[in-house]
Design a protein around this ligand. Structure first.
Ligand SMILES: [Zn+2]
Length: 552
């Protein structure tokens, strides 16, 4: 490459025909048909994030319309009109940046101009980029032209924020939504550029750039520019990771595996390595979330990601999909997304990341009700408890043992782990207290009367400050409302105070999973009620064995 003629890749490899457009076939096909059949709209609106080809598409459309050999779906690229449009200096193609030309005066000038016939081409074409940035006054001035455009005028608008474009403008445009470009297509295109430029680009490096560009081709091309400037003509995956502070796909895969298997110390170790290597913690977190999201999609539809994920990553997705249920995965994504939000403004991002990992593994250890019910069946049948059938429980048990076996998690991690465990215990203790206390209260309620009827339809579900929470079936709501008179509440609160020596305020809460009152009497042996199970001594035993918690 000669420095003198150096041109950035994004410009040098700007698509020149509809067929050059990467990843927007749905748009190019429609536009080609429109040009071929001469069914052209007066105004087009291209919508989509930055750097995915809106302006390029607009210029190609302009060339198609004004090429001396046109209108044609394959503009020649050679004639004066084509060359001028490609160079951005055609008299008939007026490019306006909505962000800077948004005064009424600018638009007024535009309206004056519109009246004159095109100088050389067939059409006078106005390309308005970031049209949503135009001021309302400018919008309105523009609208007047849009309402009755002269036949020789075409408008092509582009915007990243369609919701900010006035509806009156939207309704006069044919709208095209350009998509983020799948990573595999970007990687392919980078390889195409690399071949032309005689650059050796490792396939993994191409994929790493594509992932980092998040669907934007122009960003990917600029990154390749930077890499060539920095590394010369041979670019490896490591170069990409080092220059941009990205984490390798493999690292994200390893981290996910350790989390899903409940290997807290190993997961934290990996995080520390990344942090010490100067990796961007925010980036790693968003990569982790993106991978978990991919995993969720993969579980729903394994082939849905074939365009976005390279074959190696597909294999890991298949392996990880076995380790976690959809519910757990959703929960995990929520947790990490919340942590990402906290990290954004936190000075010590690594600490928040650590806590998020520890909490995630902690929550994976908790058995779900279904798992406990399944185990209960085994206990009833007198089978030995097998760890392998309940991956999350088993992983939890293994993980719980691990720290004492070896490894040297920093004291910070241990402290966080302990804190999380303590919090869990406190919650458990509170629940026990509520149950015990309630039993004492029930023992004192007269066996007949409204208070007894009320007490049979409700059950303690927890303590919140000085509120004593009593749950009931949503089906019983109206009955509870009539039974829970001020007088009955007071009686319950008095009984609670007598039993505990504290002041309480009772709160009634409708809660799924609690059987309606009538059903208690007719409960058959087959009906499996989650709430009844909780009280079953065998369930209690199961909980003890698994050191588990019941989640509803
Ligand atoms: Zn031409």
């Amino acid at each position: 490459m000669e420095p003198v003629s150096y041109e950035v890749f994004a410009r040098k490899y700007r698509p020149q025909t509809f067929d050059d457009l990467v990843g927007q076939t749905h748009v190019s096909r429609t536009l080609k048909n429109a040009v071929a059949q001469n069914r052209l709209a007066h105004a087009y609106l291209f919508v989509g994030p930055r750097g995915i080809g809106k302006t390029s598409t607009a210029r190609i459309l302009a060339k198609s319309l004004n090429c001396l050999k046109g209108p044609t779906v394959t503009p020649c690229g050679q004639c004066d009109n084509c060359r001028e449009i490609a160079g951005g200096n055609s008299l008939d193609v007026i490019e306006i940046d909505g962000a800077s030309n948004n005064s009424v005066e600018d638009v007024r000038q535009l309206r004056e101009n519109v009246r004159y016939a095109p100088a050389k081409g067939r059409y006078k074409i106005y390309l308005v980029d970031e049209v949503h940035m135009l001021s309302p006054a400018a919008f309105n001035a523009l609208l007047k032209t849009l309402e009755e455009p002269p036949p020789h005028v075409k408008f092509i608008f582009a915007t990243t924020e369609p919701q900010k474009v006035l509806p009156t403008i939207l309704s006069r445009c044919q709208r095209f939504d350009l998509h983020r470009i799948p990573a595999n297509l970007i990687a392919q295109h980078l390889q195409f550029i690399a071949d032309k430029e005689k650059i050796t680009l490792e396939p993994a490096a191409g994929h790493a750039i594509a992932r980092g560009a998040e669907g934007g081709l122009r960003d990917a091309e600029s990154m390749l520019d930077q890499l060539v400037a920095f590394c010369g003509e041979k670019i490896s995956e490591n170069d990409v990771l080092n220059v941009f502070g990205f984490t390798s796909k493999q690292t994200v895969i390893d981290l996910t595996g350790r989390i899903l298997r409940g290997e807290t110390p190993d997961a934290i170790d990996l995080l520390h390595q990344q942090s010490e290597a100067g990796k961007d913690m925010m980036r790693l977190m968003s990569d982790l979330i993106a991978y978990l999201r991919d995993l969720l999609v993969f579980k729903a539809k394994p082939d849905a990601l074939s365009e976005d994920v390279d074959p190696e990553a597909q294999k890991s997705l298949a392996a990880h999909a076995e380790l976690i249920t959809n519910d757990r995965l959703l929960e995990l994504i929520d947790q990490f997304a919340a942590a990402e939000g906290r990290m954004k403004w936190a000075p010590n991002k690594k600490l928040h990341f650590e806590v998020a990992i520890i909490k995630a593994i902690q929550s994976l250890r908790q058995a779900t009700l279904d798992e406990v019910i399944e185990k209960l069946g085994e206990l009833r049948d007198g089978k030995a408890v097998s760890e392998k059938e309940s991956p999350s429980v088993a992983a939890g048990v293994r993980a719980a043992r691990k720290p004492s076996e070896g490894g040297s998690p920093s004291s910070q991690n241990l402290a966080a782990d302990t804190a999380a465990t303590t919090a869990t215990r406190v919650a458990e203790t509170a629940m026990l207290d509520a149950d015990e206390l309630w039993q004492k209260v029930v023992a004192k309620i007269p066996t007949k009367g409204f208070l007894r009827t009320l007490s049979e339809a409700i059950r303690p579900i927890g303590i919140d400050g000085r509120n004593f929470l009593l749950g009931h079936s949503p089906d019983d709501k109206s009955k509870i409302e009539s039974l829970a008179s001020a007088n009955n509440r007071r009686q319950l609160e008095t009984l609670l105070r007598e039993a505990s020596g504290r002041d309480w305020s009772v709160k009634f809460v409708a809660k799924e999973g609690i059987l309606p009152q009538k059903a208690f009497g007719v409960l058959s042996g087959e009906v499996k009620s989650a709430e009844l199970f909780k009280d079953d001594p065998l369930i209690q035993e199961a909980i003890e064995i698994f050191k588990a918690q019941i989640k509803s």
